[in-house]
Design a protein around this ligand. Structure first.
Ligand SMILES: Cc1cc2nc3c(=O)[nH]c(=O)nc-3n(C[C@H](O)[C@H](O)[C@H](O)COP(=O)(O)OP(=O)(O)OC[C@H]3O[C@@H](n4cnc5c(N)ncnc54)[C@H](O)[C@@H]3O)c2cc1C
Length: 368
């Protein structure tokens, strides 16, 4: 009996489980380690944050997917991997060994330490389950939130823009009228996007009265403020932290080959360059050439991963993953509209939000 271990309920794992349910390999024991039975689909998280979707609408039910695939679901968190022994240690204390492993653990965000009181409330966009719990607590305690709070988003990428506009919408719905600021380390917003998409995004932020401060690199959290190394300060009651995708720490300590950021280096077949019995996909993988940390890449890796895992276990030929050259991005501006961007083209409107809704729902439905 061979042992296949999936770590992380990411997008590519969902596809692997779906295909496994249709065509399981006999003599393979499949186990999934997931933080939670329901894993959120990040594309719909801004819609949930704005109050447009229930949390469950945005989630893939991995307990059900695993059951259909005949896989054992272990609800726990991997805290260490021993690449020599092919074993992982779980936060709950148990050890799981495997012949073949898949890492699909996404990325995280690094937030600054908070030493001061009263500090701003800090909401981090990773892990999403923790964001949900923090926002639910906040919503229960609206009365503790000042009438005109300083709401500050940190991160000038798509997730930073979307989550700030979404939380602002949620607060307006609750009768709080926040003063909003978006801080970005880069002078410009949305690195890697075309000029029209950036212009439309700036217009959406201006329309929502969000002040934009480029070139602000947050280094420290002070009482009710954020501070940059050059002395700039920003008042803050509530901080939404969406700055940069960082690697989880434990893969770099495991003996696997990782890049400078700690992401697991993989070859064209998505196998670790140092330990070919291990696959890494999505945000946690370092592909050559580097890919943006976006869910669409993990989604497209799914079928190749499913094929290559089965090929490895059945001693067949592996396929190469070909990244798409550009991607469609639909940015929810939490005003009933979205910005659609691809390559050098971009446009905005209600139609784009309807399009996004249809694509996102179809994705989640696929795994129901
Ligand atoms: C608010 C927000 C909105 C976004 N919107 C978009 C969008 O519209 N389009 C887009 O392309 N990208 C979007 N992104 C980026 C996107 O979320 C990521 O690129 C994508 O989720 C990566 O997918 P993945 O399959 O690698 O991992 P994920 O989907 O992040 O899944 C990883 C899973 O592994 C679990 N996990 C992590 N550590 C462990 C551990 N130690 N043990 C067990 N399980 C673990 C996590 O809980 C999670 O369930 C958004 C990001 C954010 C924060």
């Amino acid at each position: 009996m061979q042992r296949l271990l999936l770590i992380g309920a990411g997008h590519a794992s969902a596809e692997l489980l779906r295909r496994w349910a249709a065509a399981p390999l006999p003599e393979v024991e499949l186990t999934l380690v997931s933080l939670e039975p329901l894993a959120p689909y990040s594309g719909m998280v801004p819609g949930w944050l704005a109050g447009d979707y229930a949390w469950e609408d945005c989630c893939i039910d991995f307990a059900r997917l695993a059951a259909r695939a005949g896989a054992r679901l272990v609800v726990d968190r991997v805290v260490a991997l021993d690449a020599m022994r092919r074993e992982v240690l779980l936060a709950g204390g148990s050890v799981l060994a495997a012949d073949t492993m898949v890492l699909n653990i996404g990325s995280t965000v690094r937030t600054p330490a908070i030493h001061h009181e009263p500090s701003p409330v800090l909401l981090a966009t990773r892990p999403l389950g923790a964001l949900r719990r923090a926002v639910d607590t906040l919503v229960e305690r609206w009365r503790d939130v000042p009438q005109a709070p300083e709401l500050v988003g940190v991160g000038g990428g798509a997730a930073g823009v979307e989550t700030l506009l979404a939380l602002r919408r949620r607060m307006l719905r609750a009768g709080r009228v926040p003063r909003c600021t978006l801080l970005s380390r880069d002078a410009e917003l949305l690195r890697g996007f075309n000029a029209t998409a950036r212009r439309l995004t700036r217009a959406a932020l201006t329309g929502a009265a969000v002040a934009l401060r480029g070139g602000f690199d947050v280094q420290a959290v002070e009482p009710r403020a954020l501070r940059a190394p050059d002395g700039q300060a920003q008042a803050a009651d509530l901080v939404l932290w969406a700055a940069g995708a960082a690697a989880h720490a434990w893969p770099a300590a495991s003996g696997l080959d990782v890049d400078a950021g700690g992401f697991v280096r993989v070859d064209a077949t998505l196998r670790s360059t140092s330990h070919p019995w291990l696959f890494a996909v999505g945000d946690c993988a370092a592909f050559d050439p580097p890919l943006p940390k976006a869910g669409v890449y993990s989604v497209r890796m799914g079928p190749v991963l499913a094929h290559n895992v089965v090929a490895t276990l059945a001693a067949r030929e592996l396929r190469a993953y070909q990244p798409q050259r550009d991607q469609l991005v639909l940015l929810n501006t939490a005003d009933g509209r979205a910005i659609a961007s691809r390559g050098r083209l971009a446009a905005a409107g209600r139609w784009a939000m309807r399009w996004k809704h249809t694509i996102d729902r179809r994705f989640v439905e696929r795994y129901r």
